[in-house]
Design a protein around this ligand. Structure first.
Ligand code: ADP
Length: 343
Protein backbone atom coordinates (compact mmCIF):
# COMPACT_ATOMS: atom_id res chain seq x y z
CA UNK A 1 0.00 0.00 0.00
CA UNK A 2 1.40 3.41 -0.87
CA UNK A 3 2.04 5.99 1.80
CA UNK A 4 -0.67 8.57 1.49
CA UNK A 5 -1.67 9.61 4.99
CA UNK A 6 -2.34 13.21 5.82
CA UNK A 7 1.01 13.54 7.55
CA UNK A 8 2.35 12.34 4.27
CA UNK A 9 0.45 15.10 2.53
CA UNK A 10 3.54 17.13 3.43
CA UNK A 11 5.77 16.97 0.40
CA UNK A 12 9.35 15.72 0.14
CA UNK A 13 11.98 17.50 -1.96
CA UNK A 14 11.39 15.70 -5.23
CA UNK A 15 7.68 16.21 -4.90
CA UNK A 16 8.16 19.83 -4.13
CA UNK A 17 9.76 20.30 -7.55
CA UNK A 18 6.94 18.37 -9.19
CA UNK A 19 4.38 20.44 -7.30
CA UNK A 20 6.08 23.67 -8.22
CA UNK A 21 5.75 22.78 -11.90
CA UNK A 22 1.98 22.37 -11.45
CA UNK A 23 1.39 25.39 -9.28
CA UNK A 24 -1.12 27.89 -10.69
CA UNK A 25 0.53 31.22 -11.50
CA UNK A 26 -2.50 33.49 -11.32
CA UNK A 27 -5.72 33.62 -9.33
CA UNK A 28 -7.67 32.96 -12.52
CA UNK A 29 -5.73 29.70 -12.87
CA UNK A 30 -6.55 28.66 -9.31
CA UNK A 31 -9.53 26.29 -9.24
CA UNK A 32 -12.12 26.26 -6.44
CA UNK A 33 -12.29 28.22 -3.14
CA UNK A 34 -14.61 30.85 -4.72
CA UNK A 35 -15.28 32.80 -1.53
CA UNK A 36 -11.63 32.99 -0.60
CA UNK A 37 -10.70 34.13 -4.10
CA UNK A 38 -13.33 36.85 -4.04
CA UNK A 39 -12.05 38.17 -0.71
CA UNK A 40 -8.49 38.08 -1.93
CA UNK A 41 -9.24 39.83 -5.18
CA UNK A 42 -10.81 42.72 -3.30
CA UNK A 43 -7.91 43.00 -0.86
CA UNK A 44 -5.35 42.85 -3.69
CA UNK A 45 -7.20 45.37 -5.82
CA UNK A 46 -7.61 47.76 -2.88
CA UNK A 47 -3.92 47.53 -1.98
CA UNK A 48 -2.97 48.19 -5.59
CA UNK A 49 -5.29 51.18 -5.81
CA UNK A 50 -3.81 52.66 -2.66
CA UNK A 51 -0.29 51.79 -3.73
CA UNK A 52 0.31 50.30 -0.30
CA UNK A 53 1.32 46.93 1.10
CA UNK A 54 -1.65 44.59 1.42
CA UNK A 55 -3.02 43.64 4.84
CA UNK A 56 -1.49 40.59 6.50
CA UNK A 57 -3.31 37.36 5.64
CA UNK A 58 -3.77 34.21 7.70
CA UNK A 59 -4.63 31.12 5.65
CA UNK A 60 -5.91 28.05 7.42
CA UNK A 61 -7.07 24.62 6.38
CA UNK A 62 -5.89 21.02 6.02
CA UNK A 63 -2.53 20.28 4.33
CA UNK A 64 -2.25 20.19 0.54
CA UNK A 65 -5.22 22.48 -0.21
CA UNK A 66 -3.20 25.35 -1.65
CA UNK A 67 -2.06 27.66 1.16
CA UNK A 68 1.50 28.00 -0.16
CA UNK A 69 0.15 28.35 -3.68
CA UNK A 70 -2.12 31.21 -2.64
CA UNK A 71 0.73 32.98 -0.90
CA UNK A 72 2.74 32.90 -4.15
CA UNK A 73 -0.32 34.05 -6.09
CA UNK A 74 -0.77 37.04 -3.81
CA UNK A 75 2.80 38.10 -4.58
CA UNK A 76 2.27 37.52 -8.33
CA UNK A 77 -0.97 39.46 -8.39
CA UNK A 78 0.54 42.33 -6.41
CA UNK A 79 3.65 42.28 -8.58
CA UNK A 80 5.71 41.96 -5.39
CA UNK A 81 8.63 39.73 -4.54
CA UNK A 82 8.16 36.65 -2.40
CA UNK A 83 10.10 35.38 0.59
CA UNK A 84 9.26 32.10 2.27
CA UNK A 85 10.04 30.57 5.63
CA UNK A 86 8.54 28.09 8.02
CA UNK A 87 8.02 28.54 11.76
CA UNK A 88 10.06 25.47 12.82
CA UNK A 89 13.09 26.96 10.99
CA UNK A 90 12.85 30.18 13.00
CA UNK A 91 14.34 28.76 16.16
CA UNK A 92 15.86 31.95 17.49
CA UNK A 93 14.91 35.60 17.38
CA UNK A 94 18.03 36.22 15.36
CA UNK A 95 16.70 33.96 12.59
CA UNK A 96 13.65 36.18 12.24
CA UNK A 97 15.67 39.40 12.53
CA UNK A 98 17.86 38.21 9.67
CA UNK A 99 14.87 37.69 7.40
CA UNK A 100 13.09 40.88 8.42
CA UNK A 101 16.17 43.01 7.89
CA UNK A 102 16.20 41.93 4.23
CA UNK A 103 12.55 42.57 3.60
CA UNK A 104 11.64 45.01 0.86
CA UNK A 105 8.64 47.32 0.75
CA UNK A 106 5.35 45.55 -0.21
CA UNK A 107 7.09 42.18 -0.27
CA UNK A 108 5.06 39.06 0.55
CA UNK A 109 6.61 37.23 3.49
CA UNK A 110 5.18 33.73 3.80
CA UNK A 111 5.42 31.91 7.13
CA UNK A 112 4.30 28.30 6.89
CA UNK A 113 3.15 26.34 9.96
CA UNK A 114 2.85 29.60 11.85
CA UNK A 115 1.23 27.80 14.83
CA UNK A 116 4.67 26.38 15.59
CA UNK A 117 6.50 29.64 16.36
CA UNK A 118 8.63 29.71 19.50
CA UNK A 119 7.09 32.15 22.03
CA UNK A 120 9.94 34.70 21.94
CA UNK A 121 10.08 34.64 18.14
CA UNK A 122 6.30 35.08 18.02
CA UNK A 123 6.54 38.06 20.30
CA UNK A 124 9.14 39.64 18.08
CA UNK A 125 6.88 39.12 15.10
CA UNK A 126 4.08 41.09 16.80
CA UNK A 127 5.91 44.41 16.53
CA UNK A 128 7.05 43.63 13.00
CA UNK A 129 3.46 42.96 11.92
CA UNK A 130 1.86 45.81 13.79
CA UNK A 131 4.38 48.61 13.99
CA UNK A 132 6.79 47.50 11.26
CA UNK A 133 9.69 47.55 13.70
CA UNK A 134 12.01 44.95 15.16
CA UNK A 135 13.66 45.31 18.52
CA UNK A 136 17.24 44.14 18.59
CA UNK A 137 19.31 43.69 21.71
CA UNK A 138 22.81 45.07 21.22
CA UNK A 139 25.60 44.09 23.58
CA UNK A 140 25.47 41.88 26.63
CA UNK A 141 25.16 42.25 30.38
CA UNK A 142 24.25 45.53 32.06
CA UNK A 143 25.45 47.56 29.07
CA UNK A 144 23.04 45.85 26.68
CA UNK A 145 20.58 48.12 24.93
CA UNK A 146 17.56 47.59 22.74
CA UNK A 147 17.53 49.16 19.31
CA UNK A 148 14.30 49.44 17.46
CA UNK A 149 14.83 49.16 13.72
CA UNK A 150 12.19 50.04 11.15
CA UNK A 151 11.06 47.39 8.67
CA UNK A 152 9.50 48.46 5.35
CA UNK A 153 5.76 47.87 5.16
CA UNK A 154 5.30 44.33 3.91
CA UNK A 155 2.54 41.71 3.73
CA UNK A 156 2.85 38.68 5.97
CA UNK A 157 1.00 35.58 4.85
CA UNK A 158 0.76 33.00 7.61
CA UNK A 159 -0.41 29.45 6.95
CA UNK A 160 -1.63 26.92 9.45
CA UNK A 161 -3.48 23.64 9.61
CA UNK A 162 -4.32 24.36 13.25
CA UNK A 163 -6.14 27.63 13.75
CA UNK A 164 -6.94 26.68 17.35
CA UNK A 165 -3.23 26.69 18.15
CA UNK A 166 -2.71 30.30 17.11
CA UNK A 167 -2.66 32.67 20.03
CA UNK A 168 -5.21 35.49 20.14
CA UNK A 169 -2.56 38.25 19.91
CA UNK A 170 -1.07 36.67 16.79
CA UNK A 171 -4.47 36.16 15.16
CA UNK A 172 -5.39 39.73 15.93
CA UNK A 173 -2.51 41.01 13.84
CA UNK A 174 -3.85 39.51 10.61
CA UNK A 175 -6.34 41.76 8.85
CA UNK A 176 -7.63 38.91 6.71
CA UNK A 177 -8.32 35.37 7.88
CA UNK A 178 -9.22 33.00 5.07
CA UNK A 179 -10.23 29.36 5.34
CA UNK A 180 -9.52 26.75 2.67
CA UNK A 181 -12.12 23.99 2.40
CA UNK A 182 -11.66 20.51 1.00
CA UNK A 183 -12.42 20.58 -2.74
CA UNK A 184 -15.52 19.25 -4.44
CA UNK A 185 -14.93 16.26 -6.76
CA UNK A 186 -15.62 18.29 -9.92
CA UNK A 187 -13.14 20.97 -8.85
CA UNK A 188 -10.52 18.33 -8.19
CA UNK A 189 -11.20 16.67 -11.54
CA UNK A 190 -10.57 20.08 -13.12
CA UNK A 191 -7.26 20.33 -11.28
CA UNK A 192 -6.26 16.83 -12.45
CA UNK A 193 -7.11 17.72 -16.06
CA UNK A 194 -5.12 20.92 -15.82
CA UNK A 195 -2.11 19.03 -14.42
CA UNK A 196 -2.39 16.36 -17.14
CA UNK A 197 -2.36 19.08 -19.77
CA UNK A 198 0.75 20.69 -18.31
CA UNK A 199 2.44 17.28 -18.17
CA UNK A 200 1.29 16.58 -21.75
CA UNK A 201 -0.56 13.38 -20.83
CA UNK A 202 -3.30 11.68 -22.83
CA UNK A 203 -6.16 11.26 -20.41
CA UNK A 204 -9.87 10.48 -20.62
CA UNK A 205 -12.22 12.79 -18.78
CA UNK A 206 -13.51 9.80 -16.80
CA UNK A 207 -9.98 8.95 -15.64
CA UNK A 208 -9.70 12.42 -14.12
CA UNK A 209 -13.01 11.90 -12.31
CA UNK A 210 -11.75 8.61 -10.91
CA UNK A 211 -8.51 10.16 -9.65
CA UNK A 212 -10.41 13.11 -8.20
CA UNK A 213 -12.82 10.89 -6.32
CA UNK A 214 -9.98 9.13 -4.56
CA UNK A 215 -7.99 12.24 -3.65
CA UNK A 216 -9.58 13.09 -0.34
CA UNK A 217 -10.64 16.52 -1.51
CA UNK A 218 -6.94 17.49 -1.69
CA UNK A 219 -5.12 18.81 -4.80
CA UNK A 220 -1.74 17.61 -3.52
CA UNK A 221 -3.04 14.05 -3.28
CA UNK A 222 -4.75 14.39 -6.69
CA UNK A 223 -1.49 15.39 -8.36
CA UNK A 224 0.33 12.61 -6.59
CA UNK A 225 -2.16 9.97 -7.71
CA UNK A 226 -2.04 11.38 -11.24
CA UNK A 227 1.67 10.67 -11.25
CA UNK A 228 1.15 7.07 -10.13
CA UNK A 229 -1.56 6.50 -12.75
CA UNK A 230 0.73 8.01 -15.40
CA UNK A 231 3.48 5.54 -14.51
CA UNK A 232 1.06 2.64 -14.62
CA UNK A 233 -0.38 3.78 -17.96
CA UNK A 234 3.10 4.12 -19.42
CA UNK A 235 4.00 0.55 -18.54
CA UNK A 236 0.64 -1.11 -19.18
CA UNK A 237 -1.13 0.96 -21.81
CA UNK A 238 1.49 2.92 -23.80
CA UNK A 239 0.60 6.04 -21.89
CA UNK A 240 -3.18 6.10 -22.60
CA UNK A 241 -4.98 7.01 -19.39
CA UNK A 242 -8.50 5.60 -19.58
CA UNK A 243 -10.95 5.27 -16.71
CA UNK A 244 -10.18 1.54 -16.46
CA UNK A 245 -6.44 2.11 -16.38
CA UNK A 246 -6.94 4.69 -13.63
CA UNK A 247 -9.04 2.25 -11.62
CA UNK A 248 -6.56 -0.60 -12.13
CA UNK A 249 -3.62 1.58 -11.11
CA UNK A 250 -5.35 2.96 -8.03
CA UNK A 251 -6.58 -0.45 -6.94
CA UNK A 252 -3.11 -1.87 -7.30
CA UNK A 253 -1.94 0.91 -4.99
CA UNK A 254 -4.79 0.03 -2.61
CA UNK A 255 -6.15 3.55 -2.69
CA UNK A 256 -9.56 3.52 -1.03
CA UNK A 257 -12.39 4.36 -3.49
CA UNK A 258 -13.03 7.55 -1.50
CA UNK A 259 -9.38 8.18 -0.70
CA UNK A 260 -9.79 7.46 3.01
CA UNK A 261 -6.50 6.93 4.77
CA UNK A 262 -5.54 4.97 7.83
CA UNK A 263 -6.36 7.72 10.33
CA UNK A 264 -9.74 8.36 8.69
CA UNK A 265 -10.48 4.67 9.10
CA UNK A 266 -9.40 4.67 12.74
CA UNK A 267 -11.69 7.63 13.43
CA UNK A 268 -14.60 5.91 11.72
CA UNK A 269 -13.85 2.61 13.41
CA UNK A 270 -13.90 4.31 16.81
CA UNK A 271 -17.17 6.17 16.21
CA UNK A 272 -18.93 3.28 14.50
CA UNK A 273 -17.71 0.33 16.52
CA UNK A 274 -16.20 1.43 19.79
CA UNK A 275 -18.78 4.14 20.49
CA UNK A 276 -21.59 2.44 18.64
CA UNK A 277 -22.25 5.33 16.27
CA UNK A 278 -21.84 8.06 18.90
CA UNK A 279 -22.37 10.68 20.06
CA UNK A 280 -18.81 10.79 21.22
CA UNK A 281 -16.99 13.90 22.45
CA UNK A 282 -13.88 15.08 20.63
CA UNK A 283 -11.55 14.50 23.58
CA UNK A 284 -12.86 10.96 24.15
CA UNK A 285 -12.42 10.22 20.48
CA UNK A 286 -8.94 11.68 20.63
CA UNK A 287 -7.87 9.39 23.49
CA UNK A 288 -9.48 6.38 21.84
CA UNK A 289 -7.40 6.65 18.68
CA UNK A 290 -4.40 8.39 20.23
CA UNK A 291 -4.51 11.37 17.88
CA UNK A 292 -4.57 15.03 18.97
CA UNK A 293 -8.08 16.48 19.24
CA UNK A 294 -7.08 19.56 17.24
CA UNK A 295 -5.63 17.43 14.45
CA UNK A 296 -8.81 15.36 14.24
CA UNK A 297 -10.92 18.48 14.13
CA UNK A 298 -8.84 20.60 11.76
CA UNK A 299 -7.18 18.06 9.51
CA UNK A 300 -9.29 14.88 9.29
CA UNK A 301 -12.86 15.77 10.09
CA UNK A 302 -13.46 18.28 7.27
CA UNK A 303 -13.25 15.51 4.66
CA UNK A 304 -15.28 13.01 6.70
CA UNK A 305 -17.98 15.66 7.13
CA UNK A 306 -17.86 16.58 3.43
CA UNK A 307 -18.33 12.89 2.61
CA UNK A 308 -21.36 12.81 4.89
CA UNK A 309 -19.88 10.18 7.24
CA UNK A 310 -19.80 12.25 10.40
CA UNK A 311 -22.10 14.88 11.85
CA UNK A 312 -21.15 17.29 14.60
CA UNK A 313 -23.86 17.63 17.20
CA UNK A 314 -23.86 19.51 20.51
CA UNK A 315 -23.44 16.15 22.27
CA UNK A 316 -20.51 15.03 20.13
CA UNK A 317 -19.69 13.34 16.84
CA UNK A 318 -22.13 10.87 15.39
CA UNK A 319 -21.83 8.44 12.47
CA UNK A 320 -24.40 8.87 9.70
CA UNK A 321 -26.40 6.19 7.90
CA UNK A 322 -24.11 6.70 4.94
CA UNK A 323 -21.12 5.76 7.12
CA UNK A 324 -22.83 2.53 8.19
CA UNK A 325 -23.60 1.78 4.58
CA UNK A 326 -20.11 2.52 3.27
CA UNK A 327 -18.38 0.43 5.90
CA UNK A 328 -20.94 -2.39 5.54
CA UNK A 329 -22.21 -2.23 9.12
CA UNK A 330 -25.66 -2.16 10.63
CA UNK A 331 -26.79 -0.08 13.58
CA UNK A 332 -27.03 -2.15 16.75
CA UNK A 333 -30.45 -1.84 18.32
CA UNK A 334 -29.29 -3.21 21.68
CA UNK A 335 -26.03 -3.94 23.41
CA UNK A 336 -26.75 -7.65 23.16
CA UNK A 337 -26.60 -7.67 19.35
CA UNK A 338 -23.57 -9.04 17.52
CA UNK A 339 -20.55 -6.75 17.80
CA UNK A 340 -19.68 -4.68 14.78
CA UNK A 341 -16.27 -5.03 13.20
CA UNK A 342 -14.96 -2.67 10.56
CA UNK A 343 -13.97 -4.71 7.52
P1 ADP B 1 -0.54 23.68 1.29
O1 ADP B 1 0.42 24.82 1.38
O2 ADP B 1 -1.93 24.04 1.70
O3 ADP B 1 -0.06 22.43 1.98
P2 ADP B 1 0.14 23.76 -1.55
O4 ADP B 1 -0.15 25.17 -1.88
O5 ADP B 1 1.58 23.39 -1.38
O6 ADP B 1 -0.69 23.29 -0.27
O7 ADP B 1 -0.53 22.87 -2.70
C1 ADP B 1 -0.17 21.54 -2.93
C2 ADP B 1 -0.20 21.23 -4.42
O8 ADP B 1 -1.53 21.27 -4.88
C3 ADP B 1 0.58 22.22 -5.27
O9 ADP B 1 1.32 21.48 -6.21
C4 ADP B 1 -0.42 23.01 -6.04
O10 ADP B 1 0.01 23.13 -7.35
C5 ADP B 1 -1.65 22.13 -6.01
N1 ADP B 1 -2.85 22.95 -5.82
C6 ADP B 1 -3.34 23.36 -4.63
N2 ADP B 1 -4.48 24.06 -4.80
C7 ADP B 1 -4.70 24.10 -6.13
C8 ADP B 1 -5.74 24.68 -6.95
N3 ADP B 1 -6.78 25.31 -6.39
N4 ADP B 1 -5.66 24.54 -8.27
C9 ADP B 1 -4.63 23.85 -8.82
N5 ADP B 1 -3.63 23.27 -8.11
C10 ADP B 1 -3.66 23.39 -6.78
Amino acid sequence: MIERGIADAQANDEERLFEASLRPRSLADFTGQPKLKENLKIAIEAAKMRGEAMDHVLLYGPPGLGKTTIATLIANELGSSFEQTSAPVLQKKLDLTGLLSNIRAKQVFFIDEIHRLAPDVEEMLYSALEDFRVDILVGTGPGARTHSLPVPKFTAVGATTRLGNISAPLRGRFGLMLRLDVYQPDELAGIVRRSAKILDLKMDELASTEIARRSRGTPRIANRLLRRVRDYAQVKASGEMSKQIAIDALELLEVDPLGLDEVDRRIMDAILVKFDGGPVGLSTLSSAIDEEAGTIEDVYEPYLIQQGFVDRTPRGRIATDRAYEYFGLSRRRSASGPPNVLP
